[in-house]
Each structure stands twice: as structure tokens, then as C-alpha cells.
Design a protein around this ligand. Structure first.
Ligand SMILES: Cc1ncc(C[n+]2csc(CCOP(=O)(O)OP(=O)(O)O)c2C)c(N)n1
Length: 577
């Protein structure tokens, strides 16, 4: 007979069996029984400074490992504070299991102290959620939660547990099967469609692989690499897919979309076959949908059937695990080489030539000034140091786009950013989760001065755990991305975007017991970054950059992606009288 244990201990037993080694959370009244068993349990609990950051940290952990990240909050305000992080995970398909405490079951619906309808609130914020009111249900639900979070298209799952369940005593019953009749995951892909796809790939004159976060979620980077080589196709990686194909791979063009490269957007526009792999035809990628990839037939592979045809109807829809589908496509492509066809080969050569020309004509710009640090210069320096190997978490804004454009990622799960929801305040807590998951890795957090100020309390978490995160604030004195839109589309009427009071970085870091510094001269930048790296502990580097730089290329909202603005308007020469 197994040992008698409380519901709280049983929960930890379930988590341990799921391989959880660390949870990010914040305690409260109804989770007291849980925190009491955490006191001497081998699972590590990381006390963050705000529940939103527990969810973001769990995301950081999940994004760099592929395992489910776990966060925990008390009932009422604790649970509602998790919301942004869970929606963020939902938008980016990140596996999270969120545990919340709920008031005792007999008080539910009585407006009890710190009661909120967490189950109702979280319904549209999660892939699935549960309310546990009976101890006997607990193990089945917790194991199911992990299964749902990790299987198919990953996502956040919430388990709301009443206080009486935490306290009740019972025996852990091993869960031997997960049976969810309404939840089906199709992994294999349709054989006939896969064969058709292979034929179309071999017959295409201007193929283009459009690969996204689904490749990373599926662990399909090796298959993708083999596929682009066998298909002899250039490839773009979306913001969520950076690292899916190494930045230095010869077939890699770069990121497409609103701030994508000229070559990537032109290739999307001119391709005759788009091989869309684990992507969702997001509006930031497609621009004006009616004008997107106008000459292309589309093969769309995705594990989530609801993505197929949502924004663009594909000629070849394939519902399946992109790793398995690519493996089958690779087998077909290598077993049946195309018949010799000189006209087709000439067209392919011309396509590659064209892509090389586009890349050379308009690469991403990295201007360097002698008097001011340009934001692009900062990203180029971070790239030089990280060599495509460091974990880089980013907040949201201009710095995020410049980092995505200019920093190389030669492996999946190095680039950690809030893509779909674009949640400011994400970068620093995500770095905490990433560093806990990968203590062996160099972790940079790149944040704007706006987003960083949303996360300052988490410096406490970093300091108390001695996490050697290198925090780089790209400080332009503004909410830069909003300022850019006001400059370009609202006659430069800068409204509520100036951040005129930023703390002294050295003193701020010192207040938490670690080192920090501000740099503003371009000549100091490289050595300041290197000094930050040499420091064994955390480091806060506040980099003052040119305030009024805009991110280019830019596709104005509603524009087609080939209608890029490539740079700032050039001053018009005034004729002399
Ligand atoms: C929580 C949240 N609030 C507001 C926004 C809207 N927003 C997007 S970018 C941005 C400016 C970010 O400024 P900063 O952090 O300084 O970064 P920068 O753009 O200057 O690099 C704002 C306010 C958002 N994305 N998230």
C-alpha cells in the first residue's frame, strides 16, 4: 500500500513523476499547505517578485528546454496576475502547467476572500483548464495537464486546486492511461498529400521554405536542414522560428515580414511555391494578405488543423507533426531524384542568383557612429560576442526587431521572445527561467528602457539566486517602437512616449548587490560588454543609444510585404536662390 499523503504532497509527487525540477511561483493563503510541503521537497521553488513573472519565467524555461514550464500562484489576485503570461504562452504555443490555489470547495461562489472565477477567466487564455474539487481526481488531472500542454500544438494548461484538496489525505494512484475522447492529435500526415508535395517541390522553379516556431516546438531542426538541402530551396525563418535553420546556413535568407529583410520579403513575393512549415501566416509576416505571395502555390504543414486555411488556403494541406512529415518528405526526395530537366535547372539557378542579388543589394544596415551608440551597433556587438551560440531573451519593441535582424542563432531554442502577444516585461523574467534551465549557457537579456522598468523587481530574484544573466538595456529614452510609429504616421507628435527618468544603472545594480554600468560612447561599447561577460555574477549594462533611430525595413500597416520602406526619408536638397 502506498503512503498516505496530503493533496499538496500528492501534487508534488505528480510533478516529480513528470520530471519537474523547478517551479516559479508566489505563495498566498490558499496555497499555504502546498508551500508547507515545498519546504523540504527536492523540487526547487523559485520565488519571483510578481506572479506575471512566474508565468514568463516558466515560459523561458520551456522555450529553452522544450519541457513544460511550471508556475504557481495563490487564488484571486495571484491567479489573475498569471493571465498575461498564459495568454503569451498560448499565442506562441509554449507548454506551461500553471497551478493555482482556489478557495475551499464549499465556499466557491460565495465571494469568499480572494475568490476569483479562475476557471472561467482562464478559459480563453489557456489550451485547456481544470478545477480540482476532489482529491481522487488530482493525479489523473495533473498528468493529463502535462499531456495536453506538451502534445499536439503545445500550450498552457491551468490546474486550479481548492484548498480542501491540498489538505485532504489520500493515496497516490499511478495513472496508467490518458484517455481524452475529444482531443485527437494527428501526427503522420496524409501519404498522398506528402507524395504530391514532393512532386511539387521537385517541379518548382522558385521554391521557398517558410519555417516557423512549429519547427522548434517539434524538434524538427535537423529534418528541416536536410529538407532545404535536398529540395535545393532557399528558406526564411519567422521571428518565432529563428534558429530553426542556422543563421549561417547557406540556404538561409533571414526573417520575413514587417521588419524582415528585403530579400526575404521579395522572395516571398516572387516564389512560385511556398513550403510553409509550422507557421500560421501571421499578419506581421504576410502584410496585406490579398497581396501576399501572389504567384505561389502553398504546401502547408501544421499539427493544428485549425491553422490550415485560416489565413491562406493551401493547395496541399498536411495536418501532422512537421518532424515526421519532413522525415517522410526527405525520404521521398532522396529516393526519387528528379528527371533531368535543363529548363527547370536553369530557372532554379536564376532564382538563386536573384536571391543572392537581393541579399547584396539591401542587407540589414549596421551603421556605426563615432559620437553616439547606434542601436544596430549594439546588436552587432552582442552578435560578435554570442557567436550564434548564446541564449538571448528579448523584451518587446525596437530592440527586439534589431536583435532579430542582426544577432545570429545557429541552434534552435536560443532566441526567446514574445512573438504573438508582444508582451513588454517578458524579457527579464524569461531570462530567469532560461538561466535556471540552462545554467551552463551564457544568457543575455536585451530589453528597452520601457520594458526593463516593468521588470525591475525581478532584479531581486536574479540577485538572490546569483543568476549570471547579462542584462543589456538598449536605452533610447523613449518607448521606442511607439515613438517610431508616432514619428512616421502621426506627424511626429510624440505623445506619452518619453521616458525621462531612468535609474542610475550602477547604483541600481549595487542596491541589489551586483555590478552595473552605463555606457554612452561608441568606443567603450565593446570593452563594456566584455567586462560584463567577465563578471561571474549578474550584470546590468545600460547602453545609451541614439534616441530617434527607426527600425528598417518597415512594411507600413496594411501594406504588401514587397512595399517596404528601406530607410529614413532622405532630406530634399533646397535649391539655392
Ligand atoms: C505590456 C505592453 N504594453 C504596451 C505595449 C505596446 N508597446 C509595444 S513596443 C512599446 C515600446 C517599448 O519601449 P521600450 O521598452 O523602451 O523598447 P524600445 O522600443 O525602445 O526598444 C510599447 C509601449 C506592449 N507591447 N506591451
Amino acid at each position: 500500500m502506498s503512503t498516505l499523503m496530503s493533496g499538496a504532497r500528492m501534487l508534488l509527487e505528480c510533478l516529480a513523476r513528470e520530471g519537474v525540477d523547478c517551479i516559479f511561483g508566489y505563495p498566498g493563503g490558499v496555497t499555504l499547505p502546498l508551500y508547507d510541503v515545498l519546504y523540504d521537497h527536492p523540487i526547487r521553488h523559485v520565488l519571483v517578485r510578481h506572479e506575471e513573472n512566474a508565468a514568463f519565467a516558466a515560459e523561458g524555461y520551456a522555450r529553452v528546454t522544450g519541457k513544460a514550464g511550471v508556475c504557481c500562484a495563490t487564488s484571486g489576485p495571484g491567479a489573475t496576475n498569471l493571465t498575461t503570461g498564459l495568454v503569451d504562452a498560448l499565442m506562441d504555443s509554449i507548454p506551461i502547467v500553471a497551478i493555482t490555489g482556489q478557495v475551499p470547495s464549499k465556499l466557491i461562489g460565495s465571494d469568499a476572500f480572494q475568490e476569483a472565477d479562475t476557471f472561467g477567466i482562464m478559459r480563453p487564455c489557456t489550451k485547456h483548464n481544470y478545477l480540482v474539487k476532489k482529491l481522487d481526481d488530482l493525479p489523473q488531472i495533473v498528468h493529463e495537464a502535462f499531456y495536453v500542454a506538451l502534445s499536439g500544438r503545445p500550450g498552457p494548461v491551468l490546474v486550479d486546486i481548492t484548498k480542501d484538496v491540498f489538505i485532504a489525505q489520500g493515496h497516490y494512484q499511478a495513472v496508467t492511461a490518458i484517455h481524452l475522447p475529444g482531443y485527437k492529435v494527428f501526427t503522420e500526415g496524409h501519404t498522398g498529400q506528402i507524395r504530391r508535395a514532393a512532386q511539387m517541390i521537385q517541379a518548382a522553379e522558385r521554391p521557398l521554405v517558410y519555417a516557423g516556431g512549429g519547427i522548434i516546438a517539434a524538434g524538427a531542426a535537423p529534418e528541416l536542414r536536410q529538407f532545404v538541402e535536398l529540395a535545393d530551396s532557399p528558406a526564411v525563418n519567422t521571428l518565432m522560428g529563428l534558429g530553426a535553420l542556422p543563421s549561417e546556413h547557406p540556404n538561409f535568407i533571414s526573417m520575413p515580414g514587417m521588419h524582415g529583410s528585403y530579400a526575404a520579403n521579395m522572395a516571398m513575393t516572387q516564389a512560385d511555391l511556398l513550403i510553409a512549415l509550422g507557421v500560421r501566416f501571421d499578419d506581421r509576416v504576410t502584410g496585406r494578405l490579398a497581396a501576399f505571395a501572389p504567384h505561389a502555390k502553398v504546401i502547408h504543414v501544421d499539427i493544428d488543423p485549425s491553422e490550415i486555411g485560416k489565413n491562406r488556403a493551401p493547395e496541399v494541406p498536411i495536418v501532422g507533426d512537421v518532424k515526421r512529415v519532413l522525415a517522410r518528405l526527405n525520404k521521398l526526395l532522396s529516393e526519387t531524384p528528379p528527371a533531368p530537366n535543363e529548363t527547370l535547372w536553369a530557372a532554379r539557378r536564376a532564382w538563386w542568383r536573384q536571391i543572392r542579388e537581393w541579399k547584396q543589394e539591401h542587407p540589414f544596415q549596421t551603421p556605426v557612429s563615432e559620437t553616439e551608440i547606434k542601436p544596430q551597433h549594439l546588436m552587432a556587438e552582442i552578435d560578435r560576442i554570442s557567436k550564434g551560440q548564446a541564449i538571448i531573451t528579448s523584451d518587446v519593441g525596437q530592440h527586439q526587431m534589431w536583435a532579430a535582424q542582426l544577432v545570429r542563432f545557429n541552434e534552435p531554442r536560443l532566441w526567446v521572445n514574445s512573438g504573438g502577444l508582444g508582451s513588454m516585461g517578458f524579457g527579464l523574467p524569461a531570462a530567469i527561467g532560461a538561466q535556471f534551465a540552462r545554467p551552463d549557457k551564457l544568457v543575455f537579456c536585451i530589453a528597452g528602457d520601457g520594458g526593463f522598468q516593468m521588470s525591475i523587481p525581478e532584479l531581486g530574484t536574479i540577485a538572490s539566486n546569483g543568476l549570471p544573466i547579462k542584462i543589456i538595456v538598449m536605452n533610447n529614452g523613449y518607448l521606442g517602437m511607439v515613438r517610431q510609429w508616432q514619428t512616421l504616421f502621426y506627424n511626429d507628435r510624440l505623445s506619452a512616449v518619453e521616458l525621462d527618468c531612468f535609474p542610475d544603472a550602477e547604483k541600481l545594480a549595487a542596491a541589489y548587490g551586483f555590478k552595473g554600468r552605463t555606457v554612452e560612447r561608441p568606443a567603450e561599447l565593446a570593452s563594456a560588454l566584455e567586462a560584463a561577460l567577465k563578471e561571474p555574477g549578474p550584470y546590468l549594462l545600460n547602453v545609451k543609444v541614439t534616441p530617434f533611430e527607426c527600425v528598417y525595413p518597415m512594411v507600413p500597416a496594411g501594406g504588401a510585404i514587397n512595399e517596404m520602406v528601406l530607410g529614413p526619408p532622405q532630406p530634399v536638397a533646397v535649391p539655392a536662390d
